[in-house]
Design a protein around this ligand. Structure first.
Ligand code: AMP
Length: 402
């Protein structure tokens, strides 16, 4: 799918100050970056702007500071990692005001091809509310705005949307283009059969994704905690498994919609079950059939069972496009990760275009060492989910059309 937005290939930033919104919201442990995927994913756009001779001013949020600046959410470690990856000095404009005296001075001293990283945009309380004066202050630093933070594009914040009220010269970066090309192609022009796999805890979090993907795909696979509300909706017993009784009607509606549309809707036929989870966490795990009334009242389903793993792997085998979002079980506990691992393996082995929609499933695929076997691993969990819901992302909408 071609994104009909001005891109970094359509602009010339030589000698100009360019503000680039990146997603440097990386995991940190005691000040050390534990996964720099989001930084490496931002490099192509940054390098392109440097090569053109732009003055490259980067900004991002990191974590969720509540009341202004907090040292543990400083972007300082990102500046260091970026310098290493780019092979050139990245000046960190440490500034509690984000666009205060330090930042202005650092920008004023820039030469063509220089890179400055601003402090965490969420150190300003206006950021998440998309309020002034932060948007205009950010905009005052640059003549061009490039949006490349896919992971933040579902939020209309000062640095993802408000800033474009003041800078008219806007473009999307390569990461945005790539994310939307993969996710957009899958949803709008999928090579069929198109299999969508959804997991995770709650049905309520994924209502619109289920509905939208059901319309677009050929086979919809449901796993994780949300499967039990579907099983209960079909009249099955679920014991003490996670269920949302307020969503039974919704699940029935989806089951009927799938039938009417001639779509295949796959639900677990067996589950890894435990009594008294999570106390003890290493409770004995059993395999229990779950397609009908087979889960006893005091038993909880916490992962898909071996027959379901096989069923789902077979569905993926003949697919041409697969989108996956959400784990198949409580995969944080290694003894309940088998289902998620089985799906990751099936995706690694299929010839299909495989797209991993960020978040837990992306982490699972990366940690299992399957990253290079996937066609695309999204850098945005929430953003990819909203995209799969069919929503227009605010951070995309604000960028100029071609
Ligand atoms: P989400 O954020 O909606 O993608 O959900 C991810 C969470 O769902 C993970 O923390 C899993 O532990 C949890 N999860 C997956 N399967 C189950 C299950 N059968 N019961 C309870 N929680 C689950």
């Amino acid at each position: 799918m071609n994104l009909n937005k001005v891109s970094v290939d359509d602009i010339n930033v030589a000698g100009k100050k360019v503000l680039v919104r990146c997603d440097f919201n990386v995991p940190l442990k005691e000040g050390v970056i534990t996964n720099d995927n989001r930084i490496t994913a931002a490099l192509p756009t940054i390098k392109k702007l440097i090569e053109q001779g732009g003055k490259v001013i980067l900004c991002s949020h990191l974590g969720k500071p509540k009341n202004g600046p907090e040292e543990k959410f400083s972007l300082a470690p990102v500046a260091v990692r970026l310098s290493e990856l780019l092979g050139q000095d990245v000046v960190f404009a440490n500034d509690d005001e984000v666009v205060g005296e330090n930042a202005k001075k650092a920008v004023a001293e820039m030469k063509d091809g220089d890179v400055v990283l601003l402090q965490n945009t969420r150190f300003r309380k206006e950021e998440t509310k998309n309020l002034e004066p932060f948007s205009s202050e950010l905009a005052s630093l640059a003549e061009v705005f490039v949006m490349d933070a896919f992971g933040s594009a579902h939020r209309a914040h000062c640095s993802t949307a408000g800033v474009t009220e003041h800078i008219k010269d806007t473009a999307v970066g390569y990461l945005m283009q790539k994310e939307i090309a993969f996710l957009g192609n899958a949803v709008e022009e999928p090579v069929r059969p198109f299999v969508a796999i959804l997991g995770g805890a709650k049905v309520a979090d994924k209502l619109n994704v289920i509905n939208n993907l059901l319309e677009k795909c050929d086979t919809l696979i449901i796993g994780g905690g949300m499967a039990y509300t579907f099983i209960k909706a079909q009249g099955g017993s679920v014991g003490t498994s996670l269920v949302d009784d307020t969503k039974i009607d919704y699940c029935l509606e989806m089951i009927n919609k799938a039938k009417e549309m001639g779509k295949e809707l796959l639900l677990p036929v067996d589950a890894m079950t435990v009594k008294d989870f999570p106390d003890p966490i290493d409770a004995p795990i059993e395999v229990t059939p779950c397609a009908a009334n087979e889960i006893p009242a005091d038993i909880m389903g916490l992962d898909i069972g071996p027959k379901t793993q096989e069923l789902y792997a077979n569905a993926v085998k003949n697919a041409k496009t697969v989108v996956w979002n959400g784990p198949m079980g409580v995969f944080e506990n290694p003894s309940l990760a088998e289902g998620t691992i089985a799906v990751a393996k099936a995706l690694a082995e299929t010839e299909a275009t495989t797209i991993i929609g960020g978040g837990d499933s992306a982490a699972a695929v990366i940690n299992l060492g399957f990253a290079d076997k996937m066609s695309h691993i999204s850098t945005g969990g929430g953003a990819s989910l909203e995209y799969l819901e069919g929503k227009v992302l605010p951070g995309v909408a604000v960028i100029a059309n071609k």
